[in-house]
Design a binder for this molecule. Structure first.
Ligand SMILES: C[S@@+](CC[C@H](N)C(=O)[O-])C[C@H]1O[C@@H](n2cnc3c(N)ncnc32)[C@H](O)[C@@H]1O
Length: 286
């Protein structure tokens, strides 16, 4: 069963009103969307995701509350369009639970996982953009090394990039994982390809650029008194969220609701270990 991360905290910071209009920018499997919908009477929640397969799963997981949910397929850049398509200018609360879902990570066919062999895809939106296979096979060694270093924070990036270029063409996650494993020794419990896979995922999906776009657009999408709640899983992302919220507060456009970052409780981490790196921040628009 899918367990939404920091669900209680997300609902609390969103300050759900039964007649409110909410935007779940990253519907995923519909965990948060469904929980928001159960608290609504006249209101509704717009469930957005750039991954059509995930959105279909969200739909079937939330079928009981479908009358209070409007589904929308698109990236963060299309959020204004998601609102317009539902006759809405601004919402009472916007939630973004960043990154990839369990479904994306564990479905070999999607190519995110180094544990299950599958095609090197990694696109959240399979209808467009470059796959990880294209990136791995057609990027110069230097660009690959820089990308693995910058996005994966991997110190052995040059060695890994050299091994990848020598082993090309590479078309599956399993082979890429093996090439990296043979090139660099395992130094921790983590598989030596973990950070490279992370870097490729971030690059394929332009996740940093998407987050910048979200942080730029969100204040205009939320009403005065409405909330923006963002859950991130990487320090790179949390830093961006923190700086953007601080800038809004300094400009008098928002009030910071989370003076310090909010983390999952020890109980949640025990029951749902992938939640351990979650970091939540929230603001209220003025
Ligand atoms: C951690 S999951 C969300 C899980 C969801 N909150 C739930 O409870 O089921 C993140 C989701 O965000 C989506 N996503 C990530 N970046 C996105 C972007 N730039 N635009 C739209 N969706 C995005 C992914 O496709 C994924 O389904």
């Amino acid at each position: 069963m899918h367990v939404p991360v920091m669900l209680g905290e997300c609902l609390e910071y969103l300050a759900i009103r039964p007649d409110g209009i909410f935007l779940d920018a990253t519907a995923g499997l519909g965990g948060h969307t469904g929980a928001i919908a159960t608290r609504l009477t006249n209101g509704f929640v717009i469930a957005n995701d750039r991954d059509a397969e995930s959105l279909a799963l969200a739909k079937s997981n939330t079928v009981e509350y479908a009358d209070r949910i409007r589904y929308h397929h698109g990236s963060f850049a299309a959020l204004p369009e998601a609102l317009a398509a539902n006759g809405v200018k601004q919402v009472d609360g916007l939630l973004a639970d960043l990154g990839v879902s369990r479904y994306q990570l564990t479905e070999p066919e999607r190519g995110f996982s180094l544990m299950a062999d599958g095609p090197l895809d990694m696109r959240m939106d399979r209808s467009q953009g470059q796959t990880a296979e294209e990136l791995v096979n057609f990027t110069s060694e230097k660009e690959l090394a820089d990308m693995i270093y910058q996005f994966g924070e991997e110190r052995r990036s040059r060695k890994i990039a050299r091994a990848i270029v020598r082993a090309r063409p590479i078309s599956t996650t399993g082979r890429l994982a093996r090439v990296i494993e043979e090139a660099v020794p395992r130094t921790t419990r983590l598989h030596p390809a973990t950070q490279t896979f992370m870097a490729l995922r971030l690059a394929v999906n332009n996740e940093q650029g998407e987050l910048d776009g979200l942080l730029d657009a969100a204040p205009d999408l939320v009403k005065t008194g409405g909330r923006i709640v963002i859950v991130s899983f990487m320090s790179l992302e949390d830093r961006k969220v923190k700086q953007s919220f601080q800038a809004l507060a300094r400009a008098g456009r928002a009030t910071m609701l989370t003076k310090h970052v909010v983390r999952p409780t020890p109980e949640e981490i025990r029951d749902n270990p992938p939640s351990r790196s979650a970091k939540l921040r929230a603001v209220e628009m003025r």
